[in-house]
Design a protein around this ligand. Structure first.
Ligand code: PEP
Length: 254
């Protein structure tokens, strides 16, 4: 059975307490849009405050360390995130891979840490423009996921989402074509079924990310095997984020 569309806002390194009003507006409106599962990943400093505001939406983090505790100045563990009220964590975002040299192996270790802490996972993947132009996008993304994803996961359907985010589409205003999204999501689906079985892997939500806006959300969310969206820039105001949530509700109703 298909799960509700999952619309997740990634605030990246944006947001001080003044943005709590946006989170509150998103939460209150999400209560009227129950056909969609809505979540926000604010910066670490806002996880607990957003968690306290949220009655409806899920709250999560944008990364975690792969160890439970220790001498890792400036890092934060999955256990600490759960303690602050996080329910999920985004792992392997391309900005972490590019800016912090995160490898697929490290993302896999972080998945295990997050699972042990009881968090849900959103595991990101996506190719650079040169890789797509060379015709290697699919093999690159599948290889990335083969190593990054946990080897087994009970309740994968509930606990895991994969976000396909072509790097060249993030924050650029460009999006992949719906044909390219459908082809990539189909390949990711096949891997999820191979790894987690038809019953679980067949329903894990595969989110699309990369310049999703209220204007293009419906077309993207209607595409085969798109189970939601990971949204950066357009999640920073309640108005634009809720436009995407509303598109998800429309698609779910139609
Ligand atoms: C992201 O970085 O996860 C993202 C999808 O960003 P944007 O929506 O701004 O392209």
């Amino acid at each position: 059975m298909a799960l509700r569309p999952y619309i997740v806002g990634n605030w990246k390194m944006n947001g001080t307490r003044s943005m709590l009003s946006e989170a509150r507006s998103i939460d209150r409106s999400a209560q009227r849009l129950m056909k969609v599962e809505v979540a926000l990943a604010p910066p670490y400093t806002l996880i607990h405050p957003v968690h306290r505001e949220a009655e409806q939406i899920g709250v999560g983090a944008q990364d975690c360390h792969h160890e439970v505790e220790g001498a890792h100045t400036g890092d934060i563990s999955a256990t600490m995130l759960a303690d602050a009220g996080a329910k999920f964590v985004i792992l392997g975002h391309s900005e972490r891979r590019q800016n912090h040299g995160e490898t697929d192996e490290l993302v896999n270790a972080k998945c295990h840490a997050a699972i042990s802490a009881g968090l849900k996972l959103i595991v990101c993947c996506g190719e650079a423009e040169e890789t797509r132009n060379a015709g290697n996008a699919e093999s690159f993304v599948i290889a990335q996921l083969r190593t990054s994803l946990p080897e087994t996961l009970d309740d994968a359907a509930e606990r895991l989402a994969v976000a396909y985010e072509p790097i060249w589409a993030i924050g650029t205003g460009r999006t992949a074509t719906t044909d390219d999204i459908a082809a990539m999501h189909g390949a990711i689906r096949a891997l999820l079924i191979e790894r987690f079985g038809e019953e679980q892997g067949g329903v894990v939500r595969i989110l699309y990310g990369g310049s999703v806006k209220p204007e293009n959300a419906r077309e993207i969310l209607e595409t085969a095997d798109v189970g939601g969206a990971l949204v950066g820039g357009a999640s920073l105001t309640a108005e634009s984020f809720l436009g995407i949530v509303a598109a998800g509700a429309d698609v779910q109703e139609s």
